[in-house]
Design a protein around this ligand. Structure first.
Ligand SMILES: [Zn+2]
Ligand SMILES: [Zn+2]
Length: 329
């Protein structure tokens, strides 16, 4: 098979590799689509957290190729819950494989013709959902889990800073929860995409002050404020723009210190998250069927050989929003 290996910072090469052999408890999948995630871009830019010689990619739609245990029939259409745990440690047994104390090493992700995932991580796709949109289940599941953690209620004013994939998915989830959503992003095409997902007001945070804009809409300010841009100064502005008693969600990774005076004065709560839950991914699959416009977050599809170029363009900021790698192209 062919696979796109992450070598070192800024380098991904497509090479031939032996088909991955699933050990008991694991299933070989034929990749249909694999979405490029912001976390993969961080690895690509910095060279940190993974590699060398690994295949990245965890936003999959795929078909079962081989299950040595026979539980999954070949051809079954699936997506995967990405967190692999040992299954034995105290966190895994409590249902939190993301916090696994001894996570198993795997070099196989989704930017390849074939990949291997634990059988327990597979989630069957609904018949009515097409494979392309189904590759959004994981990142949309992150957005929906953020909406849950914020305890979004009908009628809440919610602010989303940064309308890349995760910001857009969170915004779509907030809209589904009945919130009035205000979104900010310097790029007009991203603001337009947010409007199509039901965001009622958008603005350019480099041209207008978020706090003034949001408190102009409601003097109580937003009850929910999400940072999803990853820009260094954005979390500070999000904390400073959240209404008293509200909740701040850290969905991006802004690498800058934050001064928490307003958090203290306004008695804010905050949370972060690093992935979806199985439950939020299941809900994402349902909502993707009910709200086909969410598929509009996908702005492009590239062949395996175009993986590095797609990464470069996304890092440079002119690569679109959500780009999928399609090995069959
Ligand atoms: Zn992801
Ligand atoms: Zn574990």
């Amino acid at each position: 098979m062919r696979a796109a290996f992450f070598e070192v910072a800024n380098t991904i090469t497509v090479r031939e590799a032996p088909d991955p052999e699933p050990t008991p408890g694991n299933v070989r999948l034929k990749v249909t689509y694999c979405g490029i995630c912001g976390s993969d871009l961080t690895v690509f830019k910095t060279g940190a957290l993974a590699g060398p010689g690994v295949v990245l990619g965890h936003e999959l739609s795929a078909t079962v190729d081989l299950d040595p245990d026979g539980g999954w029939a070949p051809g079954t259409r699936v997506t995967v819950f990405p967190a692999r745990g040992c299954g034995e440690c105290t966190w895994c047994r409590a249902g939190y494989p993301r916090y696994c104390l001894t996570p198993p090493y795997s070099e196989w992700g989704g930017y390849a013709d074939y990949t291997v995932f634990p059988a327990n991580n597979l989630i069957r796709l609904p018949d009515a959902l097409d494979d392309r949109v189904a590759a959004l289940a994981e990142p949309f599941g992150v957005g929906l889990r953020a909406v849950d953690l914020a305890d979004a209620q009908e009628g809440d004013l919610a602010y989303v800073s940064g309308l890349g994939p995760i910001g857009l998915f969170a915004a779509a989830g907030l809209v589904s929860a009945g919130c009035r959503v205000v979104g900010a992003d310097p790029r007009e095409e991203r603001r337009e995409l947010a409007t199509k997902l039901g965001v009622t007001e958008t603005f350019d945070p480099t041209a207008r002050d978020p706090h003034t804009t949001l408190f102009g809409i409601d003097p109580r300010g937003p009850r929910i404020a999400f940072e999803a841009s990853g820009m260094p100064d954005s979390l500070q502005k999000v904390v400073d723009s959240c209404g008293p008693g509200g909740v701040v969600g850290v969905l991006g990774v802004p690498m800058a210190p934050v001064f928490l005076l307003r958090m203290f004065v306004g008695e804010l709560r905050a949370f972060s998250l690093a992935g979806p839950s199985r439950e939020s991914m299941a809900r994402a699959l349902e909502l993707l069927q009910e709200r086909p416009e969410i598929g509009g977050v996908i702005t492009g599809t590239v062949p395996l050989s175009g993986t590095e170029e797609a990464f470069r363009r996304l890092v440079a900021g002119d690569g679109g929003v959500k780009v999928l790698v399609q090995p069959s192209l």
